[in-house]
Design a binder for this molecule. Structure first.
Ligand SMILES: NC(=O)c1ccc[n+]([C@@H]2O[C@H](COP(=O)([O-])OP(=O)(O)OC[C@H]3O[C@@H](n4cnc5c(N)ncnc54)[C@H](O)[C@@H]3O)[C@@H](O)[C@H]2O)c1
Length: 252
């Protein structure tokens, strides 16, 4: 087991990519805390992990709220006495043409995707520094953090910010044994992407941009997150790992 004895936090762990990461980490021996919106989905993920013999703890917490983030990380420290891994996966994406993005939409994306990643990262890193045990922090960015997709300027901006947040944190936290990396998924089958997947002409058109000609699965992102979280990535920090079926290498 590659994460035996470790304690991990996965934000947005109740659905999609985050849920797959939480389940995989638990299979690899980590005690996993997860947070998200909606108690039923959180409880269901905890149930799945425990039924498979793992250990999990859910928090109904909003990552954009500092008080809730602090309470959650205090709760993890009280329960398990340490925190080794944090995956900032909670995120939202509402499509809107640039000329129509409202101030509310802009603020919501910044608050959940980027400020949330900052709040959780800072509090998690402080916990790791306090205990002197090092750790691994993963920012769930996107290929949209590397390239621009139309009608997602607000979302693209948060994902680009998460890549620089990973580099900036890696620079300052290396001396504490904390590695920080960004993970950039391409198009992954989750409820976020379901509207496009359920539209055959649109998805066929989209897949023309993907050399592997298929959508990715959450478990394929979880496998990459496992590598970055594990000691096998002991010399990997400040980088962005792209897992996208080759989408970003394609010029035309
Ligand atoms: N699906 C893709 O194709 C894709 C591609 C690249 C990057 N991503 C990124 O991966 C992450 C997960 O995406 P997904 O497709 O699994 O989405 P999803 O909608 O299936 O899951 C999102 C999760 O985030 C949680 N969440 C939302 N707002 C929150 C908040 N304020 N506080 C706490 N939790 C909150 C939800 O409860 C849920 O558990 C996102 O950051 C997304 O930007 C997804």
């Amino acid at each position: 087991m590659r994460l035996a004895g470790k304690v991990a936090l996965v934000t947005g762990g109740s659905h999609g990519i985050g849920q797959a990461v939480a389940i995989r980490f638990a299979q690899e021996g980590a005690k996993v805390a997860l947070c998200g919106r909606g108690k039923a989905a959180l409880d269901e993920t905890v149930r799945q992990i425990e039924e498979a013999g793992g250990t999990a703890l859910a928090f109904e917490a909003d990552v954009s709220d500092k008080t809730q983030v602090d309470r959650m990380i205090d709760g993890i420290a009280e329960r398990w006495g340490r925190l080794d891994i944090a995956v900032n996966n909670a995120g939202i994406c509402e499509v809107a043409p640039f000329l129509n993005i409202t101030e509310d939409q802009w603020d919501r994306h910044m608050n959940v995707n980027l400020k949330g990643a900052f709040l959780v990262s800072q509090r998690a890193a402080r916990e790791m520094v306090k205990r002197g045990t090092g750790g691994s922090i993963i920012q769930m960015s996107s290929v949209n953090g590397l390239l621009a997709e139309a009608e997602q300027a607000h979302y693209n901006t948060t994902k680009g910010g998460m890549i620089n947040l990973a580099m900036s944190m890696a620079l300052e936290l290396a001396e504490h044994g904390i590695r920080v990396n960004a993970l950039c998924p391409g198009f992954i089958e989750t409820r976020l992407t379901k509207p496009l997947i359920d539209n055959p002409p649109a998805i066929a058109d989209y897949l023309r941009t993907v050399p592997m000609k298929r959508v990715g699965q959450p478990e394929e992102i979880a496998a990459a997150a496992l590598f970055l979280a594990s000691d096998e990535a002991s010399y990997v920090t400040g980088t962005s790992m792209v897992v996208d079926g080759g989408q970003v290498i394609k010029l035309s």
